[in-house]
Design a binder for this molecule. Sequence first.
Ligand SMILES: *Cc1c(COP(=O)(O)O)cnc(C)c1O
Length: 386
Amino acid sequence: MRKIQMVDLIGQYADIREDVQEAFDRILQSAAFINGPEVAAFQKDLETYLGVKHVIPCANGTDALQIAMMGLGLKPGDEVITADFTFAATVEVIGLLQLTPVLVDVDPHHFNIDPEAIERAITPRTKAIVPVHLFGQCADMERIMEIARKHDLFVIEDNAQAIGANYQFSDGSRKKAGTIGHVGATSFFPSKNLGAYGDGGAIFTDNDDLAHTIRGIVNHGMYERYYHDVIGVNSRLDSLQAAVLRAKLPHLDRYCDRRREAARYYSRAFEGHPMLTVPETVRSCSGICETCDCHVFHQYTLRVGGGKRDALAQHLGSNGIPYGIYYPVPLHRQKAYTDPRFRESDYPVTNQLSEEVLSLPMHTELDKEQLEYITKTVLAFLNGED
Ligand SMILES: *Cc1c(COP(=O)(O)O)cnc(C)c1O
């Protein structure tokens, strides 16, 4: 059996090697490293793939979130509601801009922000909601957009983990993750579902004015060369990264299929086990779903009951199976973000998840033999055979 990796990018490279090398050579020969034609071409390709009017590439996913908030004109003291159970980047940029983060609890089945908790947290100072499409599927965007309309709030989607995911509304219409709210932000960190060979990110919007504002912000607040109308940042996607992303984009749906196949294998093996809860999808197709394309499984995350998570993790580690614990500490308990307004009793689900979640190896190169070994090792341990 091949050595199991948490993320394996080598196999993907074999497929796109010629495209990438040819593009790299072209870029190196032209020396157009920043804002070259490759970046413009990738931007167009991604706009088409997502069905969104504007893609603005930038340097990474954290910048994408920050720039989206700057573009919307959020001001110090404005309250921004987001999930307690996410990667810290989401709340970090809220803090950096001196906005006030308001952390709310998540749903125990699909791990995404709980719309009812959002509604309870709204005050006259609330200006925006940042749903995070955690582990590869959209939050309940239909409900969140309803709440946003009712209270006149912006919705900024943190789509770092769900690029390529679809979202189906109750009337049957569909949109791509990240294109539902007023603005979406994504990351092309190498291990994300669409990953560069370095850092990268992008912002999406259908709003022409907002897109224009953001295009200036990413480039030092310049709308005309050397005229700085607003305080901006320096956040650019470089041409080499754009070339990698452009080579990978035509394969993204196939990458997502491969991840879903692995997820189905896992869920078939684990579903119904008394100590395990398999990940559920947000809407309509709970459990194992054969045709659904709303989840792109950035992570395959189990809940392990009975206080056995850490012991199982250790067992996996000593049997050559890498794992992840995303995320071991809820944001409201992180030193940087503690706030007397956050009460433990407001976060029962996040607190429990932080003790139960365990993410298994998930990437496009997992084969049957590896999946069988992983599932057998998990089950044998929990059933006391090991
Ligand atoms: C990865 C990630 C980010 C940040 O992306 P970078 O490109 O690493 O800055 C933000 N939010 C979430 C949920 C992420 O997973």
